[in-house]
Design a protein around this ligand. Structure first.
Ligand code: SF4
Length: 188
């Protein structure tokens, strides 16, 4: 069977590759024990999307499962507005947009294109302040960059020594489960 990489893990991998290992170990456990505040809020934001209750407008699709055979990735989009050919990823708030989040949106874009949808615009949308942040459609160089990143993801060995960054660890949702550090995160 073909193994797809979950689009939702791309940003985690940039944050810390070891968090992917922890995610896989604990994702089947009690959710409330694993999820820290940011992730719980993220789940609440996407709850209506996952339940496909966000929009009843005919030209909007939400929570669509997507995949791309060429890149070996799969996931769910947030919202696609058919009339505008606009793909949106909602966040509760966006103080900055990280490369991993852009990779996630690019990945969703390549899935949609392979599945036959037309996408002319990409954007993040911050719910807290009702702001839209446009993202440039990825060109062939961006696609190469994403492919290389996915290869790096696939090749990661959890036994590899992790260079600890305490600022990241204390803001990591897996911190309290992580055997690489003794610190606790700021969410407890
Ligand atoms: S606590 Fe630190 S080392 Fe452990 S997964 Fe999180 S960021 Fe990585």
């Amino acid at each position: 069977m073909y193994d797809y990489i979950a689009i939702s893990t791309l940003n985690d991998f940039i944050f810390c590759p070891y968090s992917i290992y922890l995610h896989n170990v604990y994702m089947g456990g009690e959710e409330e024990l694993v999820h820290a505040v940011p992730q719980t809020r993220g789940k609440a934001v996407h709850g209506t999307i996952d339940n496909k209750t966000y929009s009843s407008m005919k030209d909007e699709i939400s929570g669509l499962s997507v995949f791309c055979n060429e890149l070996g990735i799969a996931g769910k989009i947030d919202i696609y507005k058919g009339k505008e050919k606009l793909l949106i990823e909602r966040k509760y708030q966006l103080k900055a947009i990280y490369q991993g989040q852009i990779y996630q949106l690019w990945a969703q874009y390549f899935c949609m294109i392979e599945m036959g949808y037309e996408v002319d615009e990409l954007a993040f949308y911050a719910i807290a302040n009702n702001k839209k942040f446009p993202v440039t459609i990825p060109d062939s160089e961006c696609k190469k960059e994403l492919v290389n990143f996915i290869e790096e993801f696939k090749a990661f060995d959890p036994e590899t020594n992790i260079i600890l960054n305490m600022n990241k660890c204390t803001h990591c949702i897996y911190c309290n489960l992580c055997d690489k550090t003794e610190v606790t995160n700021v969410y407890t």
